[in-house]
Design a binder for this molecule. Structure first.
Ligand SMILES: CC(=O)SCCNC(=O)CCNC(=O)[C@H](O)C(C)(C)COP(=O)(O)OP(=O)(O)OC[C@H]1O[C@@H](n2cnc3c(N)ncnc32)[C@H](O)[C@@H]1OP(=O)(O)O
Ligand SMILES: CC(=O)C(=O)O
Length: 545
């Protein structure tokens, strides 16, 4: 079967810039444009030249993109020609391959928001599109509020779309601006519009206010459009736009679409999608959505023991596509929902070999569930799970023993007359036969304790010099006076490896202490320091099970 070409239009840098909390810098915009270009997106809407200095500068030079670089802006104002409209001039002077005008197509909005006559708006559309086409630009028209407008006055909404098409627009894009239209409505309306304007010239721009933007885009595709607009990670005004990070794999991996349509993204490039999604979050300093379809860290994570036992027999039992196809990975989580299959899979990933029939496996599962009942959470604390398993298997030596620690927090007026808080910690550690005492100040009690703990570990000190604490999370649960605190601490070493440990106590400092000592022990084991240890352990003192 011959497949139709479907074009992807990315508006991360334009509609995505309208996301609450998103503020692109120029280097961000350049980096994201190149990510999209490399992925194989056909059109990259870079912003609105003339609306702000950053966008104007972005469009002042050749950005060296393969994709069609697109400038966005509104049609000319009524009462003047496109040639005399400074906004239109800014768009036509921009270094862009394509110009995407936005025009209202709902009669009520034309009268109310623009305060002009319906024919004036049609004239603005025609004149603006023709002016851009005459300057050799590929022209798109975003018909704002198309679906709401069509429901209120189909003849006028269609007249706006036709005006653009007849004036030379390559694409007439039907926008669900308020995001309230449902898939069955989109499919019906697009089907009717496609009787008047060829589907090869129609696009869809869907907002996600009812969580239907992806479904609406697919509905429009089925009804005839051949361009889909969207954003990476679903960024966009209010609840966002159609999420290209979900649409692209659906279009490539689901036969209902893959057999009918060809897109610019290849199946090889699809394998970079998870990385691209995370890079965008990294650039914007946003926490990735763990539950994002296809690319989230939980998208292929199986927690339930019954599911895990089937997944190890055949991953397709609980996966709709292979995680590698989108550059993601399978995870079998260890938690109180786990069975032996989860544990065996995680141990294998961590390089710990145990036989399925080993009786210690049952002990480990029991210990895991007991600890989780006390408040520990191992699904996000791989290093603590590793230590728990190794302790049950009897292979964690006692590198060091903390005889006592104290932490002091003081809030007082200093010599400069400022109110300041001070934290200091003292730790007494035994390393082999050596007694070591370290003291440290910190910008808080946990920082002081961490610094004191890692200041002098005697013969093991060189192994932990490169440790860096990169994340610290606290969760207090059960509420009230018997609240329990769970601390998760993430460390990184010079080799770039990251690991997380967990501690639980009624006392936040004690919970932190457990997570800190687990991290140090994990690092010493990983670095092979056990070959130097004196005691083969676990001893009564260090055993914590
Ligand atoms: C559905 C969408 O996402 S459309 C994209 C919206 N994106 C943005 O608005 C981001 C960038 N916008 C901006 O920086 C500013 O709004 C600017 C520079 C474009 C305009 O700023 P200002 O001139 O101060 O106008 P302001 O933003 O207050 O109002 C918009 C004006 O454009 C007019 N307008 C809106 N759409 C159109 C259109 N398609 N064609 C012609 N005029 C339009 C409005 O009627 C209003 O005019 P008025 O001030 O005479 O009432
Ligand atoms: C153009 C646009 O962003 C919209 O109508 O939603």
């Amino acid at each position: 079967m011959t497949r139709s070409r479907l074009y992807l239009f990315d508006t991360t840098l334009r509609d995505g810039a309208q996301t609450t909390g998103v503020d692109f810098s120029l280097p961000d915009k350049r980096a994201i444009a190149h990510l999209l270009d490399d992925l194989g997106i056909d059109y990259i809407e870079g912003g609105y030249p003339g609306a702000n200095p950053l966008d104007t500068e972005f469009f002042s030079a050749d950005n060296g993109l393969r994709a069609r670089f697109t400038a966005f802006g509104m049609t000319k104002r009524a009462g003047r020609s496109a040639a005399n409209d400074p906004g239109v001039a800014g768009l036509l002077d921009a270094r862009a391959d394509a110009v995407c005008f936005v025009a209202k197509s709902w009669d009520h909005q034309v009268r109310l928001a623009l305060g002009i006559g319906l024919d004036d708006n049609l004239e603005s559309i025609r004149d603006s599109v023709a002016a851009a086409a005459a300057r050799g630009r590929e022209v798109l028209l975003d018909c704002e509020h198309f679906f709401d407008g069509y429901k209120a006055n189909p003849a006028y909404a269609l007249a706006c779309a036709r005006a653009a098409f007849e004036a030379g627009a390559r694409w007439v894009v039907l926008c669900d601006t308020n995001g309230g239209t449902l898939p069955h409505e989109v499919e019906r309306i697009v089907g009717e519009v496609a009787q008047a304007i060829p589907g090869d010239n129609l696009g869809i721009h869907a907002h996600n206010d009812t969580e239907q933007a992806v479904a609406n885009s697919l509905a429009a595709l089925r009804a005839g459009v051949r361009q889909i607009q969207g954003t990476l990670n679903g960024l966009g005004e209010r609840c966002g736009n159609a999420n290209l990070t979900s649409l692209i794999p659906t279009l490539l991996l689901k036969p209902a679409y893959a057999d009918r349509f060809e897109i610019g993204v290849t199946t090889e490039k699809l394998q970079t999608l998870t990385r691209v999604s995370r890079q965008l979050d990294e650039l914007l300093n946003r926490t990735p959505d763990h539950h994002a379809p296809y690319v989230g860290s939980s998208a292929f994570a199986t927690k339930a023991g019954i599911h895990a036992s089937a997944v190890v027999k055949d991953p397709a039992t609980y996966e709709h596509v292979p995680p590698e196809s989108v550059g993601n990975r399978r995870k079998l989580l260890v938690s109180d929902q786990a069975g032996r299959s989860n544990i065996l899979a995680e141990l294998e990933r961590l390089g710990v070999g145990v036989d399925r029939d080993d009786p210690r496996l049952g002990r480990l599962l029991g210990a895991l569930k007991d600890k989780e009942a006390q408040g520990y959470a191992y699904e996000g604390a791989d290093a603590s799970f590793f230590l728990l398993a190794k302790r049950i298997l009897g292979t964690v030596p006692e590198f060091f023993f903390v005889e006592r620690f104290s932490v002091n927090v003081e809030r007082r007026w200093n010599a400069r007359g400022e109110l300041a808080s001070y934290s200091e910690a003292i730790v007494k550690v035994k390393v082999g036969e050596e007694d070591l005492i370290s003291a440290a100040e910190g910008n808080g009690p946990v920082n002081a304790l961490d610094t004191a703990l890692r200041k002098d570990l005697g013969k093991y000190q060189s192994y932990i010099e490169d440790l860096k604490l990169v994340d610290y999370k606290v969760r207090i649960f059960q509420g009230g006076t018997d609240a329990v605190t769970r601390v998760l601490i993430e460390f990184q070493d010079a080799a770039g490896e990251r690991w997380t440990t967990v501690g639980v106590s009624a006392n936040i400092i004690d919970a932190s202490f457990q997570a800190l000592t687990d991290s140090i022990t994990y690092k010493l084991l990983k670095a092979g320091a056990d070959s130097m240890s004196v005691l083969p352990g676990p001893t009564a003192r260090s055993a914590r099970l």
